[in-house]
Design a protein around this ligand. Sequence first.
Ligand code: IPM
Ligand code: MG
Length: 360
Amino acid sequence: MIKIAVLPGDGIGQEIVQEAVKVLRVLPLSFDMQEAPVGGTAYDLTGHPLPQSTIDLAQNSQAILFGAVGDWKYDTLDRPLRPEQAILGLRKHFGLFANFRPAICYPELVGASSLKPEIVSGLDILIIRELTGDIYFGQPRGKRIASDGHFPGSEEAFDTMRYSVPEIERIAHVAFQAAQKRSKRVTSVDKSNVLETFQLWRDVLTCVGKSYPEVSLDHMYVDNAAMQLVKEPKKFDVVVTGNMFGDILSDEASMLTGSIGMLPSASLNKDNFGLYEPSHGSAPDIAGKGIANPLATILSAAMMLRFSLNQAQAASLVEKAVQHVLSNGLRTADIYSEGTQKVSTSEMGDAVAKALKTLV
Ligand code: IPM
Ligand code: MG
């Protein structure tokens, strides 16, 4: 019995995770999938975005399948109670430091990208984002309010950007090892021309790179990387970067694949325990309309089968089923183009499940 903690979260999270569960159920594997609230949904139910009972369920599972968290209606809450703290808390609690965000442009979706077909066709890059350090978690952070409480003008806010050598080393090893299985090229993205944190990052990457002589290492400033990603994205293979730059660059890279609704992700700890979620957010503006693209979540479930559950064959079948559905011309609104068939979230899930049935 494979135990999976299913945490749909907020907004479209509920709709897309349901489709991934539907697809997993087709596989000839026996799953025990239990659901728990997280994010704003959990706050409404329990007063906390990451209740202990949700952590306990995850702790007793082999992997976490996650939807998305966040809604503007929680923007006025104290930061520790905001929905985003649920995903940050899970990453920290389970030490999920290595975030894999593969950006693959499926041939059928070349036309759905906002970039010219020749720029994105055949694209297959892997963004590796460090996930438990950087300015997201550095201390101290806060807001100083002047004694007269006068605003604007007399307040300040601050966050601390911080990385230690062991934190950089472990993500560097992950990147070089991933590159060994691909085209043996790593681009490390930093801002060492301005930031001490990223000078250390560059020095450690160079040092770790010496143990992988067969892998070539380039360093690139983040502003240049953002530009190169839309100019000539196929020049990249494995991109490794910190938490903040990785957040930004992975959203940018998603558009090379046609839609942010296509980008899956895996967040792993040192024991390969993982949380699997689409790289996109909860999209409250389209929640409940049945138009969200479930493919990033379904592809995240495939990553879960491969990385945490040792089911590489099942993972490939799910990916094949997705490809099959795309070749048949089915598209959710975000990837729709003339001549294809527009389907809803659940119709897309049904189609992938049906295609998978013919493969297993
Ligand atoms: C992501 C998201 C999160 C992040 C938010 C929801 C906290 O944008 O996973 O990319 O910033 O890491
Ligand atoms: Mg993000």
